[in-house]
Design a protein around this ligand. Sequence first.
Ligand SMILES: Nc1ncnc2c1ncn2[C@@H]1O[C@H](COP(=O)(O)OP(=O)(O)OP(=O)(O)O)[C@@H](O)[C@H]1O
Ligand SMILES: [Mg+2]
Length: 628
Amino acid sequence: MKIDTAIRKGKIVSIDKNMIAVEFNFRLKQNETAYALLGEKRLKSEVIRIRGNIADLQVYEATDGLKTGDFVEFTGKLLSVDLGPGLLGQVFDGLQNPLQKLAEECGFFLKRGKYLNALPEDKKWGFLPSVKPGDFVQSGDVIGMVKEGIFTHKIQVPFNLSGSHKILSIVKPGEYNVKEEIAITENKRGMEIPLYMSFSWPIKIPITAYEEKLDPVEPMITRIRIIDSLFPVAKGGTYCIPGPFGSGKTILQQITSRNAKVDIVIIAACGERAGEVVEIIRKFPKIIDPFTDRPLMERTVIICNTSSMPIAAREASVYTAITIAEYYRQMGLDVLLLADSTSRWAQALRERSGRLEEIPGEEAYPAYLGSTIAGFYERAGLVRLKDNTTGSITIGGTVSPAGGNFEEPVTQATLKVTGAFHGLSKDRSDARRYPSIDPLESWSTYEGIIDIQRRKEVIKLLSKANEVSQMMKVVGEEGVSLNDYILYLKGELFDYVYLQQNAFDPVDSATSADRQKKVFSIFEKILDASLILEDKIKTKNFFNRLRQAFIDYNYSAWDSEKFTTSEKLIKDLILQHSKENYISKSNVLRQAFVESDMDSQFRRSKELLAGKKGKLTMQKEESAKNKP
Ligand SMILES: Nc1ncnc2c1ncn2[C@@H]1O[C@H](COP(=O)(O)OP(=O)(O)OP(=O)(O)O)[C@@H](O)[C@H]1O
Ligand SMILES: [Mg+2]
């Protein structure tokens, strides 16, 4: 077969859905992008395996109409994304096509082979240079700034420039777009290189233009109580959220995206439902950011697959998302990447591996599933940058195990590499106990706002309360001791008013770290207290009153009058029934006990006396009768 090597073209030799095998006779790179030519259309593809002179490519579009013998044009470039000002606020597909703009141009039915520039090219940004001719710079060094929404966007030397570069010229402060030349540098070999405000970077290669990775220590506050207080996530850490179908994974991530104390949120939606994607695009821009009072979208980037794209694009979305996250981390910002759901991505890997006829691992997932997942989560982290500031990426990924079985390969591979595990349970979501994170299944290795030892004790109490609850299902309420019953109600109360949170209430939906610490300290008193409650009815009444007081407390604004009064009511209630209080009042109480005891002794001896009297009378009467 004759192939024109000059323009790097190959010919399709076989097609299997969105996998094509292409014959070529020139040097080819793994992960190089190519375009399958279908008439006027160019279908984006990526080289995923090379064997001899045959390359296997996955096509990121439907391949209908392609036939063997059709040409494929190779680009020589790895699958990359454009980085620069203008990413924030956008909704991209996995290949970084701006969906809002595509919809404007093509309407609702996106055309195959239509690709648009990711960054707005006509928009002018106010650029302020921070280096001057003669300065030496390296990859990742900042050469100027622009204002992007509420952030100072640092324009950096492209990460692929190696060695030291001398600035030959740089533009004056002014308005420039991303395609205008802003500086010229010279490398050691005297080669001149023009710099722009944007450059591209291959998505499968981590950006490492920083000094070092640090251990994540500071908690990333989500303002979700069960997470921050019991199963915290560190800034720069990783966590996984496995949950069966419909258990609340997506909603939990949406709540997190609104409330987490980070600079930038990147959402990678690899869910298969097109409706969900449309909903995100419609709903998200309307959400107001609780921290800035401006549209939340201004500090958000959404990457999602459209239903017209084959599942192969899910893989690209995950990598596109993390690359954009790394780019903003380089600016010293805290980025949260939420991926929903990573199982769909794993399924794409499985399908591709099947087509490549690779040796399958567990449940037909490829044997490299674990290392692929690990490679993704390893791109999270807290880093010290070249200017000594720090930036972080925290990754939270949902997993949707079939039937909620956490033993399956994707959940297992994920929990091995993440620092926290928020297992959602169907029982909890069915009972509408939201967020449905199961406190008995979840764990975290990170330090949070509550002492680790304390966290363990609370989880132990919840576990014991759960045991009593299971027992009560068999033997009924009357079958358990009063002490066990109190333990059970303590657990239920903590679950109901602390672990559960109403996502729709403006106050309860987000609890600050300080407020959590305060409420938790009150709870500690309840959980630790030896309560003096005489019977189960009184116990139930007491916990009902406490529960109502806590609901009022949770729903009232921090330090409002109602907040103060309900807090006082809670404290009074605990005091009235706790043993400590009983001891302080012990003199009075002991007296009362002694008196009542004396009363009963007196009564008993009277009865005894009466009994004796009675007997005596009878004896007397009898003897009188017997007398002649
Ligand atoms: N915090 C919450 N408060 C109230 N309702 C909730 C909450 N979380 C979930 N729900 C309810 O549960 C439904 C399913 O939630 P969600 O779509 O997040 O589940 P999922 O686990 O992402 O499902 P899937 O596996 O299909 O992706 C929601 O439509 C909503 O009715
Ligand atoms: Mg979902």
